[in-house]
Design a protein around this ligand. Structure first.
Ligand SMILES: CC(C)(COP(=O)(O)OP(=O)(O)OC[C@H]1O[C@@H](n2cnc3c(N)ncnc32)[C@H](O)[C@@H]1OP(=O)(O)O)[C@@H](O)C(=O)NCCC(=O)NCCS
Length: 212
């Protein structure tokens, strides 16, 4: 907790589940370490706020856009020059009625047309892509999950809202067996590979970027 300012400590202390608190804590520490190194400023100078819809943003204002997601053993973040959203999910068994509730009719139709042994994986492809889109927009739960459709256009995912193509770009990354990770961005350029940081590396980076 050494590196967290008061607001961060209060948030972490408010969690009933220790694992949720740990994921949130590591998310903030990871971001502090990356943003302070990228911008060459002490991490104590970085503060986080939230938009009206709850999307975290960072100050000072010139700092890049970012987004965080956590699931299971992973805490992930995406950093970009424009709006970005990220979603990681641990793949598990889910009833199809959930897809009916959260996916658009086209998405649901594509899912149930697949052979049964492919459905679970595709469910989480769609789930993470949809979440990454909502998180890039920053609308939170106000955005109806059925109000837009993710299409797979020869390997490139696209989003359609009311039949119109939206100018946002998607990329999936493989990080671990049993997990899906998707990023949605206003920028068309994506990193080719994910950088994995251990807790020790994050602490070391933060120590290097301490205020003297
Ligand atoms: C809160 C929400 C943004 C993401 O929730 P989630 O998938 O459970 O959790 P994730 O780990 O991916 O993301 C949580 C992080 O998103 C960020 N976040 C919170 N509100 C956000 C918003 N409005 N926009 C973007 N990011 C947001 C925060 O950094 C949060 O981490 P923190 O609480 O540790 O600081 C919201 O979209 C949600 O609850 N979605 C679930 C809706 C659903 O039913 N989805 C069905 C998928 S088809």
């Amino acid at each position: 907790m050494v590196f967290l300012p008061k607001a961060g400590k209060e948030k972490v202390n408010s969690f009933v589940q220790t694992r949720d608190a740990q994921r949130t804590l590591w998310g903030e520490l990871m971001l502090r370490s990356i943003l302070s190194q990228k911008h060459e400023i002490p991490h104590q100078e970085i503060s986080f706020e939230k938009t009206g819809n709850g999307k975290p943003t960072a100050s000072p204002g010139h700092i890049m856009h970012f987004n965080i997601s956590h699931s299971g053993n992973w805490v992930t973040c995406a950093i970009a020059k424009k709006q970005v959203g990220i979603d990681v999910e641990k793949i598990k068994s889910v009833p199809l009625r959930l897809a009916k509730r959260f996916f658009s009719p086209d998405e649901y139709h594509t899912l149930v047309s697949l052979p049964e042994d492919k459905q679970k994986e595709y469910f989480f492809d769609l789930w993470t892509l949809k979440e990454s889109y909502v998180k890039a927009l920053g609308t939170g739960l106000r955005m109806g999950m059925q109000s837009f459709t993710i299409h797979n256009n020869e390997g490139n995912y696209m989003v359609h809202v009311a039949g119109q193509h939206e100018d946002l770009f998607f990329r999936q990354y493989h990080i671990d067996l049993g997990y899906k990770l998707a990023v949605c961005s206003e920028e068309e350029v994506f990193t080719e590979e994910v950088t994995v940081l251990t807790p020790e590396q994050i602490i070391e980076n933060l120590s290097e970027m301490e205020e003297m």
